[in-house]
Design a protein around this ligand. Sequence first.
Ligand SMILES: [Zn+2]
Ligand SMILES: [Zn+2]
Length: 55
Amino acid sequence: MADEETRKDGRTCKNAPCSCAVPDNEKFCSVHCASTEHNVQIDCDCGHADCKGDY
Ligand SMILES: [Zn+2]
Ligand SMILES: [Zn+2]
């Protein structure tokens, strides 16, 4: 049961403004987000339609 809850929650991209889900073995949803690892971003330009950080 707890396992199912963890899976439902999922993982999201480590780029702060990005809300995209990523696979368990990935930290970022895209090359764009990976390139922002050491930069603070206000919005996200990963290009995914369901990203809430894309203004
Ligand atoms: Zn994004
Ligand atoms: Zn991302």
